[in-house]
Design a protein around this ligand. Structure first.
Ligand code: GLA
Length: 405
């Protein structure tokens, strides 16, 4: 009699089949990590401020096999291309200078960058059992380019797999830093730590309240379902990329603002300092600063509201956050504004764009029994504006990275 085999998800199945086709062997294991939605706290992470993301049910799966040579090969269901290099070549390929093209195709720079950063970290601590050769096959249902951190999901799945197979013994926060290093130095995108921390530390029904200066992380129950609510993701299908222009430019403006204020980062500027800030800098820099400073305060207020009054109480904070990103930080696009405005007009309790901006997705906090009506209203507003039909789906806060099999 054979034991029942647990049902695999489509991504697990796809990653396992791809690895088996590639190597002729079953994988040594399957690891996965999720994308994320940021509830509030945008562009605050690289300003050493506060963020409140949660992991979503959509996951990237890495099926991994060991090789008997010292090479690493990556393949993915996104492409027919495979990239194979010697483990000793990774130091020659990376780092990639910020803003320049990665040394390998971008999709492969995520997993190979993780392998490189993990080797570097391990060399400096002397941990690990040596680096055996590795084959990695990646499959994912995290939408790409939607601002839901498909890249952090690849990094998290790969880092978890290599940490186990190479016995490097890093904890989840250290693996998040490995993922961020891959993103910054192998892909060349100057992002913060939020996405990787969310993907590594996520827990069901909780958001991660992260202090991006100390990296102290506390789970905050979101209680959306208990409140009779749902979180609707509205993917505008306007693709964004963080390795390009706008994100870097906003980051530079924040650094300029902090320098003018004479502080190491905008974390050290409070709402009470804003009047003085306005007299010291040009209008654009001031508005960038004001977004970060008020957004940090909104994260703290949202955490307090969730703890004291529950999810129903945070709607106005989400709306204020969106307005600040649209008017002060100027990272919204008409599709995101339309998604937010039409969801609110159809009765959403709160709504805001989520992630880096310049495209991607917005979220709306909606009564469970109003999800279909709000979704219809958003679709109708997109059609009326001549925009591409959005992808609409609900998410619940979910588990972070783990070994699946
Ligand atoms: C992207 C980056 C994050 C963060 C957000 C904006 O998702 O990867 O580090 O800066 O944008 O909050």
């Amino acid at each position: 009699m054979s034991l029942p085999v647990p049902q695999e998800t489509a991504s697990q199945e796809a990653a396992r089949s791809l690895l088996t086709a590639l190597t002729g062997h079953a994988p040594a294991g399957l690891w996965s990590a999720p994308g994320r939605v940021n509830l509030i706290g945008e562009h605050t992470d690289y300003n050493e401020g506060f963020v409140l993301p949660f992991a979503i049910p959509h996951r990237t799966v890495a099926a991994v096999g060991l090789r008997d040579d010292a090479r690493i090969r990556v393949a993915s269901t996104f492409t027919d291309e495979q990239i194979e290099v010697g483990l000793d070549e990774l130091d020659r390929l990376f780092p990639t200078a910020t803003g320049s093209e990665p040394a390998v195709p971008e999709w492969a720079a995520y997993p190979l960058g993780v392998a490189w950063a993990l080797q570097q970290a391990t060399r400096s601590t002397g941990s690990g059992n040596g680096f055996s050769g590795i084959d990695i096959a990646i499959a994912s249902d995290v939408p790409v380019g939607a601002g839901l951190s498909s890249s952090a999901a690849i990094e998290g799945a790969t880092a978890s797999a290599l940490n186990d197979l190479w016995n490097t013994g890093l904890d989840r926060a250290a693996l998040a830093r490995i993922g961020r290093r891959a993103e910054n130095e192998a892909v060349g995108a100057p992002t913060g730590i939020m996405d990787q921390m969310a993907s590594m530390l996520g827990e069901p029904d909780a958001a991660i309240f992260l202090d991006c200066r100390s990296l102290e992380a506390n789970l905050v129950p979101v209680g959306v379902a208990q409140a009779g609510l749902a979180i609707l993701v509205m993917d505008t299908r306007v693709q964004h990329a963080h390795s390009t222009g706008g994100y870097r430019d906003r980051r530079a403006a924040c650094e300029r603002g902090a320098a003018i204020m004479g502080v190491p980062s905008l974390r050290d500027v409070s709402v009470a300092d804003l009047d003085r800030a306005a007299t010291l800098m040009d209008d654009v820099t001031f508005r960038r600063v004001r977004h970060i400073v008020t957004e940090n305060q909104r994260v703290l207020d949202t955490v307090r509201m969730l703890r004291e009054h529950g999810a129903r109480a945070i709607g106005d904070l989400l709306v204020a956050s969106h307005a600040s990103m649209r008017d002060d930080f100027e990272i919204s696009v008409p599709e995101l504004d339309t998604a937010v405005a039409s969801a609110l007009a159809a009765g959403a309790i709160g709504a805001r764009m989520t992630g880096g901006g310049f495209g991607g997705a917005a979220i709306a906090l909606v009564e469970q029994d109003a999800v279909a009506d709000v979704a219809d209203a958003v679709r109708a507003a997109f059609a009326a504006s001549g925009f591409t039909e959005p992808h609409l789906f609900t998410v619940t806060p979910s588990a972070g990275a783990h070994r699946d099999a």
